[in-house]
Design a protein around this ligand. Structure first.
Ligand code: SIN
Ligand code: FE2
Length: 216
């Protein structure tokens, strides 16, 4: 490295550190965005997006489906992972190879080796949809990170602390961005502000988010 390099601006693609175990990888999923989107059509044909009800009786504004050995569901009885889709009684669609490879590579880029997700939640946000601050804590294996991939409209991601009351950072998540959180940051509170109506050139007025977890 020359002396000059020390003063060069950080590469736009350098991981942004959000905590000891959390990184924002700008544009990491761009090379496989088209393949990911094409795979969604097959998944939603088998397991359509639906608005789940929370244990508190609220219908979620985000529509959700899953692929992988386990899928996350919510109803009046609580949140859980299950091998079958409660709407059809059939197993969730298999996780495409391109999904698990992207998740493993993103986790590795954030310092988490050999990430092997068995669950992929697919969230669809239309304008106005939001996700209030929460922790991802229904997974049995909290030693593995969460890998979140964003496509479509830009969202404002709330990156909170280890308590609900902690001040949350507001981070724009763009088409192709990936966030990875694990280790000391695995239980950080996070959420998404109501999605603005600013259509994406390729996807129109929607945002798709995939989160990969080791749930079982
Ligand atoms: C989630 O917290 O499960 C999804 C986050 C996002 O949509 O960016
Ligand atoms: Fe979450």
């Amino acid at each position: 490295m020359t002396t000059l390099d020390l003063f060069a601006p950080a590469s736009p693609d350098a991981p942004e550190r959000l905590g000891p175990g959390a990184f924002l990888l700008r544009g990491f999923a761009l090379p496989c965005a088209d393949v990911l989107l094409a795979a969604i059509a097959g998944i939603e044909a088998q397991a359509p997006f639906r608005h789940m009800v929370t244990p508190g009786g609220f219908t979620m504004s985000v529509a959700l489906t899953n692929c992988g050995a386990l899928g996350w569901t919510s109803d009046r009885r609580g949140y859980r992972y299950a091998p079958t889709d409660p709407d059809s009684g059939r197993p969730w669609p298999a996780m495409p190879e391109v999904f698990s490879r992207l998740a493993r590579d993103a986790a590795a880029a954030a310092g988490f080796d050999a990430f092997a997700p068995d669950a992929c939640l697919i969230n669809r946000y239309l304008p106005g949809a939001r996700l209030s601050l929460h922790q991802d804590r229904d997974e049995r294996d909290l030693g593995a990170p969460v890998v979140s991939v964003s496509l479509g409209m830009t969202a404002t991601f709330l990156w909170g602390g280890s308590s609900r009351a902690a001040r949350a950072l507001r981070l724009p998540l763009l088409h192709g961005d990936v966030v990875v959180w694990g280790g000391a940051d695995r239980l950080r509170f996070h959420g998404v502000l109501p999605l603005a109506d600013a259509p994406h050139p390729a996807l129109g007025a929607q945002r798709i988010n995939f989160t990969f977890r080791k749930a079982g």
